[in-house]
Structures are given as structure tokens and as C-alpha cells.
Design a protein around this ligand. Structure first.
Ligand code: DX5
Ligand code: ZN
Length: 227
């Protein structure tokens, strides 16, 4: 049944037990994997070899969020490995249209992400080539930061364009999503909610996923969810 998508971010999981941590959120729609290179963002996480191992350990679609320089060179490997969705940053990509084409040709969905201070308007044409728009609601780099509500204006813009048939993207939000902030994101029109600390910081992560999804459904009783 169509429903809001919840994507736990394994950035907040125990990195020594990633396979178990992925199982701990059974029922999640996607698993969000934050790839950081210590250049595009001031943090270093994991790369392609770990993603290849994660793909063998789960059947849940992997949503790879590449916070790296030169995604034109590196993103394709994640698509070829079998990631379901590969998101690159518009601030880092040299030729985002060609990049989207290559990601799709390799069998992945193509995602484009914008940092909190990056406006959407200059990139609307580019977005036509993408499947997902990832609106960052914190500065990329670390989990557990506070939600920046001003980014919801970009969500509203994207939602309007999608609902009027001018754009075909799934709208995803990432950063500071928890029980206190998810209603506002849902009301603005988000389709897919990334949550790191709100899921892995909970006593029962699988239950936290269900609770967040239920909260979105209650907050937006008139939304028709994409199938
Ligand atoms: C931040 C990452 C997020 C992070 C979100 O740069 O892109 O995916 O894991 O964590 P929370 O939900 O704790 O803000
Ligand atoms: Zn992320």
C-alpha cells in the first residue's frame, strides 16, 4: 500500500554491528547510507567497499547519500553495486545532468541534494533529469543536529511543482527529523523522511520507524502517497 517512506540513517547506528543494525529496523522502506569524504563535509564515514558489503546483508533498498567531492567520478560505482537510489550534491557535481543519466543507465534512481542555503530555483531544469530531491534540513556532516525549518519553503515549492505535473521527483528530507519536527515536514509535502538519531537513539528502532510513519499519516490525512 502506498505510504510515507521512512529511511533510517545508519550514520547513527553502531558501526561495529551494521548488519544487525540494519535488521533492527525491519519494516523501514529504505536504509539511508551517508557517504562522507572529509572534503565536501568535515567528516569521514564509509565508502563503496562497505556499501557493497551492506548490499549483501540486506534486502531493504539502500539510499546512498554521497557527501563527497567529484561525484561525477565516484557516484556511478554505487549504482553499479546495486544501490536503489544514489544522491549527489548539486554543489559538488560538475555535470549533474550527465551524472543522472549515467546513474539511471546503471539501474539506480538518481537523487539530487541541496544544502540548507542552496536555493532550488537555479536547479529546477536539472531536477527534471532526477528521480529524487533530497532537501537537507541540517548542514551535512553530522547526525543529531537541530532541524532548520526555513528549508521547508523548498519542500513546498517542489511539492507544488510535482502536484501540478511540472516536476516528477520524490521529495526527501534529511536532518533533525524526529517526533517534534516530522509533522511540519509532512505538512510541507515530504514523501520520504530520513531519520538517524530519532530511530537509532530509540530503545526499539523498528518501533520508532512505525511511530514516525504513523505520525506522518495522522498529520496529513488528505495526502495521496505515491505507490
Ligand atoms: C547528515 C546526514 C544525515 C544524518 C541525519 O549529514 O546526511 O543523514 O544521518 O541524522 P539525524 O536524523 O540524527 O539528524
Ligand atoms: Zn544523509
Amino acid at each position: 500500500m502506498p505510504q510515507p517512506l521512512i529511511a533510517p540513517s545508519i550514520l547513527s547506528a553502531d558501526f561495529a554491528r551494521l548488519a544487525d543494525e540494519m535488521l533492527a529496523v525491519k519494516g523501514a522502506d529504505w536504509l539511508h547510507v551517508d557517504v562522507m569524504d572529509a572534503h565536501f563535509v568535515p567528516n569521514l564515514t564509509l565508502g563503496l567497499p562497505v556499501v557493497q558489503a551492506l548490499l549483501k546483508a540486506t534486502t531493504t533498498p539502500l539510499d546512498c547519500h554521497l557527501m563527497i567531492d567529484d561525484p561525477d567520478r565516484w557516484a556511478i560505482g554505487y549504482a553499479e553495486a546495486g544501490a536503489y537510489n544514489v544522491t549527489v550534491h548539486v554543489e559538488a557535481a560538475r555535470d549533474p545532468v550527465a551524472l543522472a543519466r549515467d546513474l539511471r543507465a546503471a539501474g539506480a534512481r538518481a537523487g539530487l541534494s541541496v544544502k540548507p542555503d542552496t536555493p532550488l530555483e537555479p536547479h529546477l531544469e536539472t531536477l527534471r533529469h532526477y528521480d529524487t530531491l533530497l532537501v537537507m534540513s541540517v548542514e551535512p556532516g553530522f547526525g543529531g543536529q537541530s532541524f532548520i525549518p526555513e528549508v521547508l519553503e523548498k519542500v513546498r515549492t517542489a511539492r507544488r511543482l510535482v502536484d501540478t505535473g511540472h516536476l516528477q521527483v520524490l521529495v526527501e528530507i534529511d536532518g533533525g527529523i524526529n517526533a517534534d519536527t516530522i509533522d511540519a515536514a509532512a505538512e510541507a509535502g515530504v514523501d520520504c523522511f530520513v531519520a538517524g538519531s530519532a530511530v537509532y537513539g530509540a530503545d526499539d528502532p523498528a518501533r520508532a520507524v512505525r511511530a514516525l510513519r504513523e505520525q506522518v499519516i495522522v498529520a496529513t490525512p488528505h495526502r495521496a502517497w505515491a505507490g
